[in-house]
Design a protein around this ligand. Structure first.
Ligand SMILES: Cc1ncc(COP(=O)(O)O)c(C=O)c1O
Length: 337
């Protein structure tokens, strides 16, 4: 049973949930940087191993959201993102297992090599991928398809971009509790800092609330990959509040303990554009057999490396949340489960 339900049985009764992933995801100690004396410890949380053939951070949210879809008798899922959206591939993959149809309604983006690969994979898993040139076109196209599916009796359900609504966020509240029990089991310290990429915000919101439940005073550095600081913060605060309300409605009490720092120095030219720091981050991780992508995780790890160079992480216990799907055919040495 997942730690969230073990520790809060009221949630197990009340929240829709279907186990679809492989948890806990592994931890990996990166000792090279520690040997250089630049930080206390560095661990990676490898959510890329959350599912096969396509893992990553979205699996945690989809266990709850697709649980709701099944509970409601939905036969069709509409979800959204940019063309190369990892979220759309993860949804296509897990929904197919449950016999659900998926419409991935996507917007054009910078054509990184992974974009085509993700589109092909989503299609191979049975999703219909509809590409739009504008947000307006996407809304119109979705409305027409939605009505068609509804009239056909398929009880369509909408999953927002990145699966970031209060119910999906529960996946990352659980992720924080999962990390806590893993650290305790392995006798590892509570992180002083966690780094992750932020886009639709569900990962960050869930980790924040989970850390508040745990009473962790960790600093969470959420590295932006597009948009303005104001819009990211506003959206994130709304999502965090709604997710907090959901927990409160089930009788959970939590106090703000963690500290959130939104980082916006690593976006570069914009969403999905490579950056110099990101390319260096990718290269360094590749040497350890770990994949990072130019859009999200390379920018987040570039932020960590920049802080390291600035001497900000001296003697700190640091954790990097790698939210990217990983190639499961390549063994990685030194995984701590
Ligand atoms: C690999 C990867 N990392 C991080 C994120 C950001 O997570 P969130 O949307 O929960 O903020 C995404 C979102 O699409 C992603 O695909």
């Amino acid at each position: 049973m997942i730690p969230l339900f073990q520790q809060y049985s009221s949630l197990k009764v009340d929240l829709p949930y279907i186990p679809l992933g492989t948890f806990p995801t592994p931890l990996l100690a990166l000792n090279e940087l520690v040997k250089e004396g630049t930080l206390g410890s560095l661990h990676l949380k490898l959510d890329g191993f959350s599912s096969s053939p396509f893992g990553g951070n979205k699996v945690r949210k989809l266990e709850f959201l697709l649980g709701k879809a099944k509970q409601n008798g939905a036969k069709t899922i509409f979800t959204f993102g940019y063309e190369g959206s990892n979220h759309c591939v993860a949804t296509a993959s897990l929904a197919a297992r449950l016999g659900l149809n998926v419409f991935a309604q996507v917007l054009e983006q910078e054509p990184q090599p992974y974009v085509r690969k993700n589109v092909q994979m989503a299609k191979k898993m049975g999703a219909v991928v509809n590409l739009y040139q504008s947000e307006f076109g996407l809304r119109l196209g979705t409305a027409a398809l939605y009505v068609r599916e509804k009239l056909s009796g398929n009880r369509p359900m909408l999953i927002p971009p990145g699966g970031s609504e209060a119910l999906g966020v529960m996946g990352f509240v659980n992720a924080a509790l999962e990390l806590q029990s893993q650290l305790e089991r392995c006798q590892l310290p509570v992180p002083d800092r966690i780094y992750c990429a932020i886009s639709s915000g569900g990962t960050t919101a869930g980790l924040r609330l989970g850390m508040d439940l745990l009473g962790w005073k960790t600093e969470l550095h959420a590295v932006r990959v597009y948009g303005t600081a104001n819009s990211t913060r506003k959206k994130l605060e709304q999502l965090t509040r709604k997710s907090h309300d959901l927990l409160k409605s089930k009788g959970l009490r939590l106090q703000r303990m963690q500290r959130l720092v939104i980082r916006d120095e690593f976006i570069g030219q914009g969403y999905a554009f490579s950056t110099k720091g990101g390319l260096e981050a990718q290269k360094r991780m590749e040497a350890r057999g770990i994949a990072l992508d130019p859009t999200y995780t390379a920018k987040a790890y570039a932020c960590l490396l920049a802080d390291l160079r600035a001497g900000e992480l001296k003697s700190k216990q640091v954790l990097f949340w790698n939210s990217l799907n990983q190639d499961q055919t390549k063994p990685i040495e030194g995984l701590i489960y």
